[in-house]
Each structure stands twice: as structure tokens, then as C-alpha cells.
Write a protein that binds this ligand. Structure first.
Ligand SMILES: [Fe+2]
Length: 325
């Protein structure tokens, strides 16, 4: 117990000792009991303040209780009543502490479960993406690199973390529809016949059909399947499957479109060697405004140039930055 002879001393003791219970008279020198109650409840709502007075009016009682006093006792104090009030205030203090502890535990549990679910979500998305790539060793890692490059372009364009996550997931899944293309067509080292090329062109629609029921809107705030559906659309309507023009397709699809071309041209395929960086840059620069979104092209060229026109270095840089960069 720490006795104080005036309000100021009482406040000093409170700051130093942080007691569970404070017993104060209303009429205190320097700082009144009501003022002490007001200050303490503001900085430490859990502290129990018992106010007492021999001359207090009904409005004093109401004011004290309104400010959160643990109780109001009239003087002269009855020892029995004081002990009973102190016990009740200690119990209330402990109950509040317990409730705070339970709330914190619950919040921690929600945080941990959300993190685990997010992890499961991304691992599942990656596993789905691998389904396609396992069938075609030449495109191993293609979707991951497209996803990384698309995020790099998105960052250059000032997209939010949430928008970058949408692009990341869309990138990881954009070619999932190729599971419906026979392996011999996927890995054919020669040019495809017209019907085979047509079958290949169905992969955005097949991909859309596969993932359209995943509730991406609930988890990411946007339907990723639409972005996958549109990743081969071009500004002038020459793309597929919809032949959509400029603003008919999602901005994320335009970012993916540029990333997809750059990654594909930078990689070796059974039917052609990898293009050199000058040809890759020329492809997107020449198609800027007609096939590809100019701002996506500019951002991509900037990224390439910042990495000394070296795509291997570019993808190493993007991998290092990763998903949360
Ligand atoms: Fe594709």
C-alpha cells in the first residue's frame, strides 16, 4: 500500500507503481479525486479507482461512476464495506485481464491460421501451375518467370501489393489450360499443323474453365480466371480467344501478355533457339500500342535495361525480389 497526502503525490505514485487499485477522496489538495480518476482511466482503463467522500453530492457519485470508478464509498468508511469493495475491484481487474488475454490469444490464432491458409493457397497455386510444366520440360519454370516479370512490370507501374499478388497468381496459372494439349504437340520440335495450332490456341479458354470456380474474388479481390482467359488478347483485336481490343481486356492481362512474350522469346524451345535480347526488345517495342500496352512495354524495357540487357540477370534479380518485394 502506498499512501499519498495530495493528488500530485498520488499521481506520481500511480506512474511509478502502476497499482491495481487506487482509493482516493474527492477533495484532495492540488488535484481533485475526480480529476485523478479522469486521468487514470484515460491512460490505464483497467486500473480500479475507488472514490470516497464525506461531503460528495449525488452528482459527484454519478460523475465518478460515469468516468469509470470501480465504486463510490461514503465516509466514514466501513472497514467491512471497504474490504468487500476492494475484493470486488480486484476480481473485476482480473476478469478484464483474462478477457484481454483471451482476445489476444484469439487474434494470434486468427493471424497464424490466416498465414497458414495463405501459404497453402500459394503452394496449391504453384502445384497447379507445375501440372502443365511437368508435361513439357522445355517450359519448366515459364509460368513462375512470367509471374515474376509481370510483378516487376506491375511494381514499375506503381501497382499495390494486392494488385501485384493478383498478377502473381495469374502468372503462375496462365498456361494451365495446356494440360488439355497432347504432350506430343507440346514438345513437337517442328511447326504445328493448322488444327494442332488451333488446339494450342484453346489453352486460355481451357485454363479459364479449369479455374473459374476458384473463389479468387473472396481471397484476392479479383477474378484471376478472366486474366488467364485474356492473356493472349492483343490491343488491335488480333489476339485470341475473344479477339478483344484495347479496353475490352483487363489491365493485368496486358501485363501478362508482355511478360509472356519476353519470357518465351528469352527461352529455348524445341522448335527454335532462344532469341537474343535485341530481338526480344524489338518485338515488344514494335508491337507497342498495336499489340501490347505501351506503358507495360516501357516498364518492361526499363527493367531489361536496368539489368544490362541480360535476361538471365533480369530473372535472377526478379527472383531475389520475390513475391513480397
Ligand atoms: Fe499462353
Amino acid at each position: 500500500m502506498y499512501p499519498a497526502s495530495d493528488g500530485e503525490q498520488g499521481m506520481e505514485l500511480f506512474r511509478r507503481e502502476n497499482p491495481t487499485i487506487i482509493l482516493t477522496d474527492i477533495n484532495m489538495p492540488k488535484i481533485s479525486g475526480i480529476e485523478i480518476l479522469r486521468i487514470i482511466k484515460k491512460v490505464s482503463p483497467i486500473t480500479q479507482v475507488i472514490v470516497c467522500s464525506g461531503v460528495g453530492t449525488t452528482s459527484d457519485v454519478i460523475e465518478a461512476l460515469r468516468l469509470g470508478a470501480g465504486d463510490y464509498l461514503r465516509k466514514p468508511l466501513s472497514t467491512d464495506l471497504l474490504i468487500h469493495t476492494v475484493i470486488r475491484c480486484v476480481e473485476r481487474h482480473d476478469l478484464i485481464l483474462e478477457r484481454i488475454g483471451r482476445k489476444e490469444n484469439l487474434e494470434r490464432e486468427v493471424r497464424e491460421r490466416t498465414a497458414a491458409l495463405t501459404n497453402t493457397f500459394y503452394k496449391t497455386v504453384k502445384a497447379l501451375g507445375l501440372l502443365t510444366e511437368k508435361r513439357d520440360p522445355y517450359t519448366a519454370g515459364h509460368q513462375n518467370r512470367v509471374a515474376l516479370l509481370a510483378m516487376g512490370i506491375g511494381r514499375k507501374l506503381g501497382l499495390t501489393q494486392r494488385e501485384l499478388e493478383i498478377i502473381h497468381v495469374a502468372g503462375l496459372l496462365h498456361d494451365i489450360g495446356k494440360v488439355a494439349v497432347p504432350v506430343e504437340i507440346l514438345v513437337r520440335p517442328s511447326k504445328l499443323t493448322t488444327p494442332e495450332a488451333q488446339l494450342m490456341k484453346e489453352h486460355p479458354q481451357v485454363g479459364y474453365d479449369i479455374i473459374k470456380d476458384i473463389p479468387f474474388v473472396e481471397s484476392l479481390g479479383k477474378d484471376v480466371s478472366i486474366i488467364v482467359l485474356q492473356h493472349h488478347e492483343r490491343l488491335d483485336g488480333s489476339g485470341y480467344p475473344g479477339g478483344l481490343i484495347d479496353d475490352e481486356s483487363e489491365f493485368e492481362s496486358k501485363i501478362l501478355g508482355v511478360s509472356d512474350v519476353v519470357e518465351a522469346m528469352s527461352s529455348h524451345r524445341p522448335y527454335r533457339p532462344a532469341s537474343d535480347i535485341a530481338a526480344t526488345k524489338a518485338e515488344i517495342a514494335e508491337g507497342s500500342g498495336s499489340l501490347y500496352s505501351p506503358e507495360c512495354v516501357d516498364a518492361c524495357l526499363q527493367l531489361i535495361e536496368e539489368n544490362n540487357d541480360d535476361t538471365q540477370r533480369l530473372f535472377e534479380f526478379l527472383a531475389k525480389v520475390g513475391r513480397n518485394g
